[in-house]
Write a protein that binds this ligand. Structure first.
Ligand SMILES: *[C@@H]1O[C@H](CO)[C@@H](O)[C@H](O)[C@H]1NC(C)=O
Ligand SMILES: *[C@@H]1O[C@H](CO)[C@@H](O)[C@H](O)[C@H]1NC(C)=O
Ligand SMILES: *[C@@H]1O[C@H](CO)[C@@H](O)[C@H](O)[C@H]1NC(C)=O
Ligand SMILES: *[C@@H]1O[C@H](CO)[C@@H](O)[C@H](O)[C@H]1NC(C)=O
Ligand SMILES: *[C@@H]1O[C@H](CO)[C@@H](O)[C@H](O)[C@H]1NC(C)=O
Length: 390
């Protein structure tokens, strides 16, 4: 057996080196922190999954992007950008031709060992909620870059709503280890009407996010997500930011309005349910050409209820997925924006940079209380990002 094992090892090692040499690195957009990445599933024994065939507990998957001070990071590792089936399915959803897999050969550089204890309370929490029928992994680059600026960022996959969720092992409870999208909503069209399909998907996300937050306040769970955390430590869930894309953006704004644990809601090109009470909550809406507050069935009315700090920015010549990692990936691969579905004429990398930089500026202002001084610089840096009516 021994020689046979050796024979097998040689080509495997070679493949590994090849991959490491060719892999493209996901950038952190100037963030001073290194970032660790961990994943965990959260199970809700009190809730039956509304979409599963048969009776199963609702179970979600999350990724945590956590900042590590660069000087205390003792080991760098790499982590694949997407697990392989997620990469394949995501690729099929965006490819217009038979070009190779869009998302393979991409990797994160993560910090996987540190000589300092990380306390979950050292960094404020930010929830990043995805567009419908996509994967949380399609936002890993944005999440990592925001984490590199000093935030603990959580991305969530909502099973049956996400394009695919790969649970490690067989998944907790009786759930299948891989769950595919079954909700008939497309991320390529704006919401035109709040029908049952969209209302149920949003309600399910509200409950999933509440489940995630309750788990992040539980030291037993935190120890699993962050083995380097001190025993008994948990996240501070009283001063969080929430942001999202598409349906996830609508969810972010609604939760910012209704859940006092959030201090700001940032919506990338999504439609919030119509909010009928006045609110002083801070909100930011990023639209695109042809999708401003006036063209949105949720924002048109909701905007009139805003009494606090509120902004709308519209990225010229952009399309919906310019507010995800897609533009970055296409740029890293040297492809044209027009070769995939969902990107506009704007330079994909510029749109991704703007998504990260504007998010950090607003989170710094609302979550860290640092004021909006950074915004002025961004206005000069991104002339394509124009204020509503500007
Ligand atoms: C598990 O997968 C099988 C086969 O694809 C499917 O029939 C079943 O409904 C799935 N179970 C759940 C809980 O989604
Ligand atoms: C990890 O990578 C960062 C960024 O490339 C570098 O500054 C740091 O020195 C590396 N740390 C170690 C322990 O290799
Ligand atoms: C519900 O609304 C969504 C978004 O406008 C739309 O895509 C979907 O087709 C609608 N579903 C039904 C059953 O009308
Ligand atoms: C959580 O953060 C808020 C805002 O920074 C602070 O007022 C509060 O005391 C913190 N709670 C705990 C338990 O640390
Ligand atoms: C994006 O940001 C990076 C890092 O700040 C910078 O090097 C790059 O030139 C920017 N690209 C665009 C197109 O804005």
């Amino acid at each position: 057996m021994v020689p046979f094992t050796r024979l097998l090892h040689a080509p495997l090692l070679f493949t590994y080196i090849q991959l490491a040499v060719n892999a493209l690195k996901i950038p952190t957009q100037g963030g001073p922190y290194c970032v660790s990445i961990s994943e965990l599933s959260f199970n809700d024994p009190a809730r039956t999954d509304p979409y599963a065939q048969g009776k199963h507990d609702r179970t979600v998957m999350v990724s945590l992007f956590f900042p590590i001070t660069a000087s205390s990071c003792t080991r760098n590792c790499t982590k694949e950008y997407m697990p392989s089936e997620t990469s394949q399915i995501s690729s099929e959803n965006f490819r217009l031709d038979s070009s190779p897999d869009l998302f393979e050969d991409l990797e994160f550089q993560t910090c996987c060992s540190s000589n300092k204890i990380s306390h979950p309370k050292d960094f404020p929490l930010v929830i990043l909620n995805t567009a419908v029928a996509t994967s949380r992994h399609l936002y890993g680059g944005i999440a990592q870059a925001i984490a590199a600026h000093g935030y603990a960022v959580i991305t969530v996959d909502h099973p049956y709503d996400a394009s695919i969720v790969e649970f490690p092992g067989s998944g907790p409870g009786a759930i299948n280890s891989t769950v595919y999208n079954s909700i008939p909503l497309s991320p390529f069209s704006d919401i035109r009407k709040f029908n049952h399909t969209i209302t149920q998907a949003m309600q399910t996300r509200f409950e999933d996010i509440d489940l995630v937050i309750r788990n992040l306040a539980n030291p037993m769970v935190v120890k699993q997500l962050m083995p380097s955390a001190p025993y008994g430590a948990a996240f501070n869930t009283s001063n969080m930011g929430i942001m999202g894309h598409g349906v996830g953006g609508g969810v972010a704004v609604w939760l910012a309005f209704t859940d006092a644990r959030f201090v700001v809601g940032i919506d990338f090109d999504g439609t919030p349910p119509i909010f009928k009470e006045e609110t002083t909550q801070g909100v930011v809406f990023f639209g695109r050409e042809g999708h401003t507050r006036d063209e949105d069935i949720g924002w048109r009315e909701t905007w009139g209820m805003l009494r606090g700090a509120s902004w709308e920015w519209d990225l010229q010549e952009s399309a919906h997925f310019d507010y995800s990692d897609l533009g970055l990936v296409v740029d890293l691969k040297g492809m044209e924006s027009g070769s995939v579905r969902g990107l506009g004429d704007v330079e994909g990398r510029m749109a991704w940079n703007a998504t990260v930089d504007f998010s950090v500026a607003y989170l710094d202002a609302f979550v860290k209380g640092r004021g909006l001084a950074n915004l002025q610089g961004l206005v000069a840096l991104y002339p394509g990002m124009v204020p509503y009516g500007g």
